[in-house]
Design a protein around this ligand. Structure first.
Ligand code: GDP
Ligand code: IMO
Ligand code: MG
Length: 421
């Protein structure tokens, strides 16, 4: 029996999940994206060429069977551009998209932009791609599903109802002029339906049928602290990102999984919201520059800080990690010292786990553990024992504190820059 593998970001996203999925998909039969929308951005680097992905599972370069399950919301224009991009490179994605997937509509994007504007300095830093509003419609049963595009009459009725409601909301509540044209949206989405028709299927059925016969790799988007319930709410996405959500988001029964935490060797965050170990000095700028920490989708600078044990302990409690893939370890080379948040002090008490509410997060004082850095460039190292001693001491401290083994160590963006421990 094959045990399915799931890959989860342990921080605020951009941990390097795309790179790890691409690496692991070598031994997978199916790679399944199960949550989020094109607000996710996963970069795979192969022979110096960058492949940015936002909807296609990161197993695409290995020509694996790709599935997009109902927990994902799709902007069809973005997905079609990604499919065409790979087709033009001679890689024809073998893709099935669940018929229940909800579609991001142009009015979702307008609503996202209008809400962020209205929130002023309380804004979440949303990418304004309409993802949150698409999930709102999906959860509130107003959504337009992929399968609706195959029934033009029914689609027209749904769109007519929805468009008028959304238009009134944007114009009356947000006082913004809506220049979108319903008939143009209808025609545009029918064309998307024609393009995507051959990809539509029942992913839940495929997964349930083959889950223990074939090797499945589930790709989680975003990160634990962006989880819509357990993350730094309300500075989160609108969807669950923790491991257990894979079962309802795909539609197969709960069962044993190998749960791989992707942990960046330091911490980053893009957009607004709390970030206890954030650095505002030269070390932060150095991490940002050496790590080339810019958003894949938004190109915004990512905020940078030290690794944080209370965060990772909280992530472990929620996800039940069985092993860790550490990424971007090479970025730490050359630093004279490296810190890890060991625990927090809140109202004078020692706290080992990330608190669940914003008022407590604001009161965090940090006790740091300080490690000696290493000078050597580690990008070309492929054996654990060849890593500099101080680098191994850093990794051993992580394993010891979290009580989770590190199985993979990524030392560069390239597919080959990885150490299997
Ligand atoms: P994801 O959203 O978790 O898939 O991560 P992103 O792809 O958005 O961001 C991670 C960035 O770091 C990408 O540009 C990767 O190419 C790059 N990357 C991944 N692993 C490593 C690594 O070990 N070292 C370095 N230097 N870059 C890496
Ligand atoms: P990947 O899969 C990093 C952040 C956004 C914003 C907040 C809400 O690449 O790791 P939304 O568009 O959902 O309304 O944005 O969440 N965010 C991410 N940050 N990586 C991601 O995904 C993210 N997905 C959403 O920057 O602050
Ligand atoms: Mg990303």
């Amino acid at each position: 029996m094959k045990i399915p593998i799931i890959v989860i970001g342990a921080q605020w996203g951009d941990e390097g999940k795309g790179k790890i999925i691409d690496f692991l998909s070598k031994s997978a039969d199916y790679v399944v994206r199960f949550n989020g929308g094109n607000n996710a951005g996963h970069t795979v680097v192969l022979k110096s060429e960058k492949y940015p992905l936002s909807l296609l599972p990161s197993g695409v370069l290995r020509r694996k069977k790709l599935l997009i399950s109902q927990g994902v919301v799709i902007n069809p224009k973005v997905l079609i551009t990604e499919i065409n991009f790979f087709q033009n490179k001679g890689i024809v994605p073998s893709l099935t998209i669940d018929k229940r997937v909800n579609l991001v509509m142009p009015y979702h994007q307008l609503l996202d932009a209008a809400t962020e504007e209205a929130k002023g300095d309380k804004k979440v830093g949303s990418l304004k791609l309409g993802i949150g509003y698409c999930y709102e419609d999906r959860n509130n049963r107003y959504g337009i599903r992929l399968e609706d595009l195959l029934n033009p009459q029914a689609f027209k009725r749904k769109l007519e109802e929805e468009f008028e409601l959304k238009k009134r909301r944007i114009e009356k509540v947000f006082k913004m002029k809506v220049t979108l044209n319903k008939d143009e949206i209808y025609q545009e989405y029918l064309k998307y339906g024609t393009f995507l028709k051959s990809y539509i299927g029942d992913v839940s059925l495929i997964v349930t049928k083959y889950i223990n016969k074939k090797q499945f790799l589930f790709e989680g988007a975003h990160g634990t602290f962006l989880d819509g319930n357990f993350g730094t709410y309300p500075f989160t996405t609108a969807v669950n990102t923790i491991s257990g959500s894979v079962f309802p988001y795909v539609g197969f029964p709960p069962q044993k999984l190998n749960i791989i935490a992707v942990v960046k060797a330091y911490t980053t965050r893009v957009g607004g919201g709390p970030f206890p170990t954030e650095l505002f000095d030269d070390s932060g700028i150095r991490l940002q520059e050496k790590g080339i920490e810019f958003g894949t989708v938004s190109k915004r600078k990512r905020r940078c800080g030290w690794l944080d044990f209370p965060m990772l302990k909280y992530a472990h409690r929620l996800n039940g990690f069985t092993s860790i893939a550490i990424t971007k370890l090479d970025v730490l080379s050359g630093l004279p010292e490296i810190k890890i948040a060991y625990n927090y002090r809140i109202n004078g008490s020692i706290v080992d786990e990330f608190p669940s509410n914003l008022p407590d997060i604001k009161k965090i004082d940090i006790n740091y553990e300080i490690f000696k850095g290493w000078k050597e460039d580690i990008v070309k190292i492929r054996k654990y024992t060849d890593l500099p001693k101080n680098c191994r001491i850093y990794l051993q401290a992580i394993e010891k504190e979290l009580k989770i083994p590190i199985s993979y160590i990524s030392v560069g963006a390239e597919r080959s820059a990885i150490i299997q421990k």
